[in-house]
Design a protein around this ligand. Structure first.
Ligand SMILES: O=C(O)CCC(=O)c1ccccc1C(=O)O
Ligand SMILES: [Mg+2]
Length: 362
């Protein structure tokens, strides 16, 4: 297990908890000057199974005075949305994470839209007591979804917890019908994540089903996640540190949401997963398993085996400092297409400018 004593700090934490910082902008600008953006590595790691429409995970990692950070917004995200992702990387490179209140995090296994045999295998081989299953991956998927969910119940036994994620594709009536069938096939669902797109729809579904509702995209992609009124629309808040702009900001979103939280991955390597685990470790209360066991969806990692953040017996440790990428793995997964490298470097340059402006303005 890691302790602060084993990882002496080179930099003193900057306290952003003590009310609105008068000069958050200059804090970021000052600190980013020490990040080695010029030597940022661009990586591409193939996925094991298509997930969220992605077959290759791409991103950048770079080093700052406090450690390594990861910048991996999905390719279709615009610069403004990507700014949150960069803020998380900058926080990781330049400041200490808040002091954790727990040292390990219960993890759900994540089951993509695969057949029932494969789903059974993933769940029983994971060591996790909670499974999150992707459903509604394509139109007319319900029969496949029911078979997948039933297979996972069989793998976990009656004591396991099963949650499903519809990624916002149902309308209210579809959601009500699908949730009833899935709840039956699962012999009880823990919750349904983002059944519909908008928050009013979540509220309507929530009134019509007995299964709990979790909000994910409604929070993550909201213009101002601190203002999303999830009360009445959801029972659980799914928070992703990486898009929300860092551990401290995500802690404020958790507080504003006022709901039990689940911290869930954005498919980072172990470099970026560190911030997510730091958030899970610092939440005042954590009663639900977190979706941070997603390295199993990738064919590799940038961090070498003993330090790679893969769950053991259903738990991940809370790191105190970011994981350090292994030079051989950085080389192995380096993007070689020069146009793609330029695309990422340009993106980083533009998003740095967006972030600098945002910071000065708020
Ligand atoms: O929560 C998990 O178990 C894994 C993470 C996950 O599902 C996910 C990963 C990347 C982008 C979106 C999502 C999602 O929750 O919809
Ligand atoms: Mg989700």
């Amino acid at each position: 297990m890691h302790s602060l004593a084993q990882h002496p700090r080179r930099f003193v934490a900057i306290d952003t908890e003590a009310g609105p910082p008068p000069n958050r902008g200059s804090r970021l600008v000052t600190n980013t000057a020490e990040i080695d953006f010029a030597n940022a590595h661009v990586y591409a790691i193939p996925m094991r199974t298509r997930f969220r429409g992605i077959t290759v995970r791409e991103g950048m990692v770079f080093e700052g005075p406090a450690g390594w950070g990861e910048f991996c917004p999905f390719p279709e995200y615009d610069d403004e949305e990507a700014a949150g992702w960069l803020a998380t990387a900058v926080e990781q490179c330049t400041t200490e994470w808040p002091t954790p209140v727990r040292d390990r995090i219960p993890i759900n296994c994540t089951i993509p839209a695969v057949g029932p045999e494969r789903a059974h295998q993933i769940a029983s081989g994971s060591g996790c007591r909670t499974a999150k299953i992707k459903v509604a991956d394509h139109p007319d998927s319900l029969a496949e979804d029911l078979a997948r969910v039933a297979a996972v119940r069989d793998a976990l036994g009656p004591g396991g917890a099963i949650r499903v994620d519809a990624n916002a594709v149902w309308d209210v009536d579809q959601a009500v019908t699908a949730i009833a069938s899935l709840d039956k096939a699962a012999d009880g669902l823990e919750y349904v994540e983002q059944p519909c797109r908008i928050i009013e729809e979540l509220a309507q579904v929530r009134r019509r089903v007995s299964v709990r509702i979790a909000a994910d995209e409604s929070i993550r992609r909201a213009a101002d996640p601190l203002r999303v009124a999830v009360a009445g629309a959801a029972d659980v808040a799914v928070l992703k540190c990486t898009p929300l702009g860092g551990v401290r900001r995500a802690l404020r979103v958790a507080e504003a949401a006022g709901l039990p939280c689940v911290i869930s991955s954005a498919l980072e390597t172990s470099v970026g997963l560190g911030a997510q685990l730091a958030l899970a470790g610092a939440l005042p209360t954590l009663d639900l398993a977190c979706g941070l066991g997603t390295l199993s969806l990738l064919t590799g990692d940038l961090v070498d085996e003993p330090e790679s953040l893969r769950p053991v017996d259903g738990f991940l440790p809370v790191p105190h400092t970011p994981r350090v990428p292994d030079p051989a793995l950085l080389a192995a997964y380096a993007v070689t297409d020069p146009d793609r490298v330029v695309w990422w470097r340009d993106r980083l340059r533009r998003v740095r400018a967006v972030l600098a402006n945002q910071s000065i303005m708020d």
